[in-house]
Design a protein around this ligand. Structure first.
Ligand code: MIG
Length: 800
């Protein structure tokens, strides 16, 4: 990582010895003889922030990534000195700071193991080209250490041996190893000796990470400007690292409406109106569940945002209502480029109010996108975001559009080198004026944020729904996201799997890929296999560029249609399960998908696994990733698992062959799980749920499960109108006990549970509910090990 400039007289500069130290509550400052200041903030026992300045003064402390809702506070803080070090001790960490050169080493406070240690530590190089510093950090990579995270990088889970760049980029038809692509999430977790920590380098300039690539025993990161400013987050469980990173950069501000977790259909483009109607009608005719239909850029008048093509969509309000009556939510695309056109009110207003980005010397930032020459709002100004939010009034409140899709917000510019703004463009950066070098990576985030504010306001009392392509850390607070312009190939199915897992372990769970591939045309088999993967992604949408042929569930003949329907139906059955996982993500920051390493880091077999993942808490899924397969080998994590299709029980900690013809895929359920299911609906809310199915998987021993429900939309849940069921299962040789603890004030429409008992090792002779023996005729015990009973029990005994 010692990247010297070509200019010989420049090179790495280093802090010298500490000459003064100050402590201000939880903020510790160390000043060196050559004027470097290191400020260490103890945010929590497990989270330390390191910030360096080389000029003796810090910049205004401002971050788009860190949420004001982040938890703070620690149980213990003590600073001592040894001959060579200052020593910071919290309840979880011990941090040594070398008096000689500010290098740090961090240890686990409970057993003194070394977690992470600087090599050169902080150093910098003066930026000859643009001024300021190129700020650098290098750390020692322990033998056997693994690395994960970094957002949407299209590579295998374990990042060891690779180098990456962070610069948000429109990447049409990217492939494996293309770097950088759409998102910048400068957060990684390291795992060594069964202990995991995370580093979040909160610097929005173009940045780089090198994981033992240039030098085998060194991991480093650097940025082309700004401050060396990073958070060290300790686990030792990787899931706690991810949870704490998500706490720091924010959880979704609200639950998504349940329909947003349904299936979405998209194409570039469905138009005119008659074509949209044909598509939606076909879903209903073929009984393939679908909740959302998308309008890509052609719905507009000459690609002008916030307009409708009179020719193709003469009466959008009527159309949107008719679609809604049939259960379809309409989602429209909105790009950042505003067409230069004096007769276009959005342009006029933006110009009058001086809301568009400008070049360093004053002219507007002019760039070509779909509408032709455009200007671009400076979304880093609060008043511009507010204006932008206001523009959604008609679209949402009047016309009834239910979601907005932000594309091209890298920002993408056509026909120019670099495919984006030049570096001199100025931004307000919320009162911290700067160039595009600093604002580039957060531009799309701020656009999505402004869009979110508009939807939140005008969709009220319903919940907002936004999708974005570009993102920086923290964007998950406002919006969902997709992985951009992938290709209809088997390798891209693998990439989609990796990207969804990686985004989830980077704090951003509401993601999915363009199912089937955006560019080119999948065959039916690839499409079906991709749907099988896609139903396990938090955001589930088919999208394609359209010019390569049709990509609807029925486009590949009946056999494929039937497979696709079967899996989308499964998605709809699992909605309460997914909704519960989402609630845990929104409440606690627990990722919705868990790569096996995140699920069981102590099992070193998981450290290099890519294909298998845990969906929610209890379901193990693994896509089939190649053609002509009748099954595949996969790794089953430790513990016992039920084959979802056959109920056969397998023991984990080993690789197994699993059958999976085209109409199947490897799915397992953790023993002891209680999985809630709804009946198949063609769209969320089609049916009143009059019974909740609980799939109960017997286990000898204990297991907890949860079911979260609410009104599926709106904000009542925030006031306590939700229903949370906590189930404790205890299986004995001759008895199965389920305790239910219910909280929240929401009353579900159903009165009964239908329990489906899997793997029960005994024949039921007696059932007791809340200490009273229930006659079989009252609980409807069916011959197939299902039983129906009142939802209000607190303790159920099923006795053999
Ligand atoms: O330059 O709006 O990634 O999903 O269909 C292409 C047209 C612009 C790129 C998006 C894609 C969308 C397409 N857009």
């Amino acid at each position: 990582m010692i990247l010297n400039t070509e200019l010989e007289y420049k090179g790495n500069l280093f802090p010298s010895k500490i000459v003064s130290y100050e402590k201000n509550l939880n903020v510790l400052s160390f000043t060196t003889e050559n004027g470097v200041i290191l400020e260490v903030t103890v945010r929590r026992d497990s989270i330390l922030r390191f910030r360096f300045t080389t000029t003796g003064i810090f910049e205004n402390d401002f971050s788009y990534a860190i949420t004001k809702y982040a938890s703070r506070g620690y149980n213990h803080l003590e600073v001592t000195e040894s001959q060579d070090n200052y020593i910071i001790t919290t309840a979880k960490l011990i941090c040594h700071i070398s008096k000689l050169d500010l290098r740090t080493s961090i240890f686990d406070a409970t057993d003194n193991t070394l977690i992470c240690e600087d090599e050169l530590g902080f150093h910098w190089e003066e930026s000859y080209e643009h001024g300021g510093d190129i700020v650098k950090m290098s750390k020692i990579s322990q033998p056997g250490e693994s690395y994960y995270g970094l957002g949407d990088k299209p590579v295998d889970n374990n990042l060891k041996g690779k180098r990456f760049e962070n610069w948000v980029t429109d990447s049409y038809a990217y492939g494996r190893d293309t770097d950088p692509i759409y998102k910048t999430i400068p957060f990684y977790t390291g795992l060594n000796n069964k202990k995991s920590y995370g580093i979040f380098f909160d610097n929005t300039f173009r940045s780089f990470f090198d994981f033992s690539h240039e030098r085998r025993n060194i991991t480093s990161f650097w940025a082309q400007g700004g401050e060396m400013n990073y958070y060290f987050i300790y686990g030792p469980n990787m899931s706690d690292v991810v949870v704490n990173y998500t706490d720091l950069t924010g959880k979704p501000h609200e639950m998504p409406a349940l329909w947003t977790l349904g299936y979405h259909q998209c194409k570039w483009s469905y138009y005119p109106e008659s074509n949209v109607k044909e598509i939606t009608a076909k879903f209903r005719e073929l009984k393939i569940p679908c909740d959302a239909i998308y309008l890509d850029i052609d719905y507009m008048e000459g690609f002008r945002c916030f307009t409708w093509s009179k020719e193709h969509f003469p009466d959008p309000k009527r159309m949107v209502k008719e679609l809604a009556d049939d259960g379809f939510k309409t989602i429209v695309i909105i790009d950042p480029g505003i067409k230069i056109d004096m007769d276009y009110s959005v342009f006029q207003e933006g110009l009058e109010k001086d809301y568009f980005c400008k070049r360093a010397d004053g002219p507007y930032m002019k760039g070509k996108v779909w509408p032709g020459e455009c200007y671009f709002p400076d979304f880093t100004r609060p008043e511009v975001r507010e204006w932008w939010a206001g523009l959604f009034k008609e679209l949402i409140e009047d016309i009834g559009v239910k979601g907005v899709w932000n594309d091209m917000n890298e920002p993408a510019v056509m026909d120019v080198p670099g495919k984006t703004f030049p570096p001199d463009v100025r931004h307000d950066y919320d009162g911290n004026p700067c160039s595009h070098k600093k604002a580039h990576n957060i531009y799309g985030m701020q656009m999505a944020r402004a869009t979110y504010q508009g939807l939140k306001k005008f969709a009220y009392p319903k919940r907002p729904f936004v999708i974005t392509r570009a993102a920086y850390s923290g964007t998950q607070r406002y919006t969902s996201s997709w992985t951009g312009d992938n290709i209809a190939t088997w390798d891209h199915l693998n990439i989609a799997n990796l990207q969804a897992q990686r985004m989830c372990m980077s704090g951003f769970s509401f993601v999915g890929s363009d199912i089937g591939g955006f560019a080119e045309q999948p065959n039916g088999e690839l499409y079906a296999r991709w749907i099988q993967l896609g139903i396990f992604h938090p955001f589930c949408r088919t999208h394609s560029s359209g010019d390569h042929g049709d990509q609807e569930p029925w486009a590949f003949g009946d056999t494929i249609t039937n497979v696709v329907r079967k899996f989308i139906e499964l998605r709809y059955q699992l909605l309460p399960y997914l909704y519960t996982a989402f609630w845990r993500y929104a409440e606690e920051g627990i990722p919705i998908l868990k790569s096996l390493v995140l699920y069981d880091q102590e099992d070193s077999q998981t450290h290099y696994r890519n294909d298998e993942f845990i969906f929610g808490e209890k379901i193990l899924a693994c896509p089939v990733t190649g053609p002509n397969q009748k099954g595949r080998r996969m790794y089953i994590p430790r513990g016992k698992w039920y084959n979802f299709w056959t109920d056969e029980i397998v023991s984990g900690g080993q690789e197994l062959w699993v059958d999976a013809d085209l109409d199947s895929m490897p799915i397992f359920v953790k023993e002891g799980a209680i999985v809630p299911k709804y009946p198949v609906q063609q769209y969320v809310g089609e049916k009143v749920i009059d019974e909740l199915l609980l799939d109960v998987y017997y286990k000898l021993g204990k297991e907890n499960s949860m079911v979260y429900e609410d009104a599926t939309d709106g904000y009542d849940y925030i006031k306590g109108r939700y229903s949370l069921r906590d189930f404790k299962l205890l299986g004995k040789k001759n008895e199965l006990i389920i305790q239910q603890h219910k909280s929240g004030k929401f009353i579900t429409t159903y009165k009964t549970f239908k329990l489906s008992l899997h793997g029960l090792p005994f024949k039921i002779s007696k059932v007791q509910v809340d200490n009273e023996e229930i006659l079989f005729k009252d609980i409807k015990l069916n011959g197939d090990n299902t039983l129906v009973l009142n939802k209000e029990f607190t303790e159920l005994h099923i006795i053999g």
